[in-house]
Design a protein around this ligand. Structure first.
Ligand code: G3H
Ligand code: 13P
Ligand code: NA
Ligand code: ZN
Length: 305
């Protein structure tokens, strides 16, 4: 069934499990997300970035909405990193049930102002809202505490931000970053900060940049002719710990991108004469489904629908 983000995330925060929000850009990605979640009886969020809207538009949104309505599990369609009030309203008009307004690059007051505008409009239509406070960007272990503090979400500020905006869930900067290169070895994630913020708040917290970039996938990518440098993601143990302490929405895009590329590369490598799209998009969907299943298990969402 198609539900709001709040319907999915409030029980997750209360029940101390996480729900992955996977980015989609086409039918096969959407099927991998929703059908795997159905198999594992898990709630799930499907998100489209502004880039995804530019690429797939209403056609893609309708695929997600239709699949969600027919699904045996709760599914929300979420706007990822909405850059303006107009962008958020456009997504709501397209049928999204959850929107992010990302004004985190502005100063605190401007971020509050932008977020508040979106919250007022979205709530009038029964749609839930995510905002972000703090700056994402990989933090290396050797960075001194003062420098980390400049980027990462301040707990007291988070309380003030939630209070002033009425936002439904908040993305916090805890050291993770977008993409396949999150730092050397085991990338930094500030568990103390998560606990501190969670201790002062009750709304669901959101972690962006949460792909695991598993070595099994990067190894397969290289073996099938792909080139990738010193890739690293967030360890499964770190995600399991984070969701026990208040993180309820866990954003994942990079892992599905890598998985899809592995499926396509391996299919063409095994059969260079192949040109039936189902024979290379199908394998891509299969490898993505493995990632989705793994994430649902690691976060504890499996069985929660
Ligand atoms: O955080 C960004 C997501 O990975 C979406 O990326 O804007 O290239 O669609 P995109
Ligand atoms: P990854 O790049 O780690 O998959 O993060 C995706 C994300 O945060 C989308 O908003
Ligand atoms: Na988002
Ligand atoms: Zn993000």
């Amino acid at each position: 069934m198609l539900v709001t983000g709040k319907d999915i995330l409030v029980p997750a925060r209360e029940g101390k499990y996480g729900v992955p929000a996977f980015n989609t850009n086409n039918m096969e990605i959407t099927q991998a997300i929703i059908h795997t979640a159905e198999k594992l009886e898990a709630p799930v969020m499907v998100q489209m970035s502004e880039g995804a809207i530019k690429y797939g538009g209403q056609d893609l949104a309708n695929i997600v909405i239709d699949m969600a309505r027919r699904a045996t599990i709760p599914v929300a369609l979420h706007l990822d990193h909405g850059s303006s009030y107009e962008s958020a309203l456009k997504a709501i008009a397209m049928g999204f049930t959850s929107v992010m307004i990302d004004a985190s690059h502005h100063d605190f007051e401007e971020n509050v102002k932008e977020t508040k505008r979106v919250v007022e409009a979205a709530h009038a239509m029964g749609i839930s809202v995510e905002a972000e406070l703090g700056r994402l960007g990989g933090i290396e272990e050797h960075v001194v505490v003062d420098e980390k503090d400049a980027f990462l979400t301040d707990p007291e500020e988070a309380v003030k931000f939630i209070d002033e905006t009425g936002v439904d869930y908040l993305a916090i900067a805890i050291g993770t970053s977008h993409g396949a290169y999150k730092g050397k070895g085991r990338p930094y994630i500030d568990h103390d900060r998560i606990e501190k913020i969670a201790g002062l708040t009750t709304i669901p917290l959101v972690a962006h940049g949460s792909s695991g970039v598993p070595q099994t996938i990067t190894d397969r990518f290289r073996a099938a002719g792909g080139e990738i440098g010193e890739a690293a993601g967030i360890a499964d143990e770190d995600l399991t710990r984070a969701v026990q302490h208040g993180i309820a929405k866990v954003n994942v895009d990079t892992d599905l991108r890598l998985a899809a590329s592995v499926g396509v590369r391996e299919a063409f490598q095994a059969n260079p004469k192949e040109f039936d799209p189902r024979k290379w998009m199908g394998p891509a969907r299969d490898v993505m489904s493995e990632i989705v299943a793994h994430k649902l298990q690691v976060l504890g969402a499996a069985g929660k629908a």
